[in-house]
Write a protein that binds this ligand. Structure first.
Ligand SMILES: [Zn+2]
Length: 291
């Protein structure tokens, strides 16, 4: 029965494909290429119903990660399109996976590895390099009030990173109507975090949501920023539930960041849509502009 329904669904997907032919700029998302109809159909199903545990807790569907995946495989087409499946298969082939065009947990783990490798701080930690000292104070600059989010933890950032952040926000205001309208978007709720203050806060409050954070956080380098990218009703600006992260990554601000933050040197952390790390043109994080 189940396979009959699958076949029926598959046939329906094939039949509706020409009618659903969508163009995304010059990109044809649903062509007549029947080779990709089956994976496109499977992706349409799993997109909203895959039950999996990419970061421990159970999640349903993979919409949270769609903007980063589309960016990585170079398409704006929807996950249920033939073009998306074909691009996904190309990615799988490049990384030695079975090139099925079907999204699955194993493929996601490869995406995740690719994204992590772009974060020099994380790679240095993975190589067991010692936790870096915070930068000297003269390298740090103060945010201006309009850059600070109401829920802020800190108000400092390394100066060269602050300059890059300001250029990025200026561009976002020009290019994203949502950001132009809402000054809260892209405000910083955490920048440089003094490791000693972090440890003290953790000890004093007993709230070591941050123990992880206090031990050796990228925020101690002054090059990591937590940006306000919107929030789900009733949930915090750094809430990690699926509902929260899905709301954030579905917004125009986050989607713009995924496509454009790299122009300004910032790379994402897939699990926290608000957390971005700056990478110098030479690929590190320790180099700072001359004071
Ligand atoms: Zn952060």
């Amino acid at each position: 029965m189940r396979s009959f329904l699958l076949v029926l669904g598959f046939a329906a997907a094939v039949l509706v494909a020409p009618a659903a032919r969508a163009q995304n700029g010059a990109e044809v998302c649903d062509g007549d290429d029947l080779d990709w109809a089956a994976p496109a159909f499977a992706n349409a199903q799993s997109f909203s119903s895959l039950v999996w545990t990419p970061f421990g807790p159970t999640e349903t569907g993979w919409g949270t990660y769609l903007p980063l995946i589309q960016q990585e495989i170079g398409t704006n087409c929807a996950p249920q399109s033939a073009a998306f499946a074909r691009r996904l298969a190309e990615f799988q082939f490049r990384y030695g996976l079975p090139a099925t065009g079907w999204f699955d947990a194993a493929t996601f783990q490869v995406f995740r590895g690719v994204w992590q490798e772009r974060r020099p701080f994380i790679m240095a930690r993975a190589r067991q390099e010692p936790c870096p000292d915070p930068p000297p104070l003269y390298q740090l600059g103060y945010l201006v009030e309009s850059e600070e989010h109401a829920d802020r933890l800190t108000r400092l950032l390394r100066r060269d990173v602050l300059d890059a952040y300001r250029r990025m926000v200026e561009a976002a205001r020009r290019e994203v109507p949502e950001v132009a309208r809402n000054p809260e978007l892209l405000q910083i709720f955490s920048g440089f975090r003094d490791p000693e203050a972090d440890a003290a806060r953790c000890a004093a409050s007993g709230n070591c949501d941050g123990l992880r954070r206090a031990v050796c956080s990228a925020h101690r380098t002054g090059t990591a920023v937590d940006l306000y990218v919107g929030q789900a009703p009733g949930l915090g600006v750094d809430n990690t539930s699926q509902t929260s992260r899905e709301a954030m990554t579905g917004g125009a601000t986050y989607r713009w960041l995924v496509k454009n933050a790299g122009r300004f040197g910032f790379v994402p952390y897939v699990y926290e849509p608000w957390h971005w790390e700056w990478v110098s043109p030479t690929g590190g994080y320790v180099e700072a502009a001359a004071p």
